[in-house]
Design a protein around this ligand. Structure first.
Ligand code: ADP
Ligand code: ADP
Length: 229
């Protein structure tokens, strides 16, 4: 579960109130769209979940880890419980598709035997089995984003954080990316996705949190989520 308890974030360098008194709970297994105009505080919201930034006041608790209590050395372990997808993919240009995904497992010390089983399974899940040996510069934008999604998924995270994952792909592929995230969510993974695309939000009908000028101005529950049925 993700919980924001009266969270305010002020960036010291310019005294910007990026978030103000945010109170939000996201249950395990939810799929949440975070929307709002540029500068509203969406990335800050995600950074607080990732513990990339600390709240100025209040507390963020994610899967039992509280921002007020976490030690610096715990952060890398904490991050491993989540998969992160960025708008600009951030895949490694000099590694094949297979190795980009395998790398995420290698850095946490997974045995090669397990990697050889897991990576093909995940590549199949995202529809990239035929591209395992391709290099990133041989892929379309949508394919690169699916590599990044595969990498986020391969270690079986409890939570996927996606920061405008469809920002650099065409509308059809955007739809496919969100379908994939839905599939992952159906197997129990919580998904928190920032987006600008109203079409996606309308089409997929999940929980929608609207942030404006650092405040949560609306929060519409997911009509399909069990707890709200
Ligand atoms: P969004 O993701 O919705 O575009 P952000 O969370 O990136 O919004 O930004 C919210 C506000 O905080 C903006 O006014 C932005 O300029 C400011 N901000 C974001 N990051 C920093 C930072 N590292 N230092 C200073 N101000 C920042
Ligand atoms: P889309 O517009 O659907 O994102 P593209 O038209 O860019 O996709 O690419 C279509 C197909 O061509 C993809 O399967 C991709 O792997 C392949 N492709 C694109 N660019 C290159 C390239 N520079 N070298 C090899 N294959 C490429």
């Amino acid at each position: 579960m993700i919980e924001f308890r009266d969270v305010t974030k002020v960036y010291g360098s310019n005294d910007t109130h990026a978030l103000e008194n945010v109170n939000i709970k996201i249950e395990d297994g939810e799929f949440v769209f975070i929307v709002g105009s540029s500068g509203a505080g969406k990335s800050t919201f995600l950074k607080l979940i990732m513990h990339e930034e600390k709240p100025t006041s209040g507390e963020v608790i994610v899967n039992g880890y509280a921002s007020t209590k976490m030690k610096k050395r715990q952060v890398p372990y904490y991050r491993r419980t989540m998969g992160i997808v960025f708008q600009d993919f951030r895949i490694i240009p000099k590694m094949s598709v297979y190795d980009n995904v395998a790398f995420a497992m290698r850095v946490i010390g997974t045995k090669e035997k397990e990697i050889r089983k897991r990576v093909p399974y995940i590549l199949q899940l995202v529809g990239l089995s035929q591209k395992a040996r391709s290099m990133p510069n041989e892929l379309s934008g949508g394919e690169q984003q699916r590599v990044s999604l595969a990498r986020a998924l391969v270690n079986n995270p409890d939570l996927i954080i996606a920061d405008e994952p469809t920002g650099n792909v065409d509308p059809e592929m955007s739809h496919e990316i969100v379908e994939l995230l839905t599939k992952i969510n159906n197997s129990g993974t919580t998904v928190v996705m920032v987006t600008h695309e109203h079409d996606l939000v309308r089409t997929f009908q999940r929980r929608v949190i609207v942030i404006q000028k650092g405040k949560v101005v609306s929060d519409t529950p997911d009509p399909t989520f069990a707890k709200f049925k």
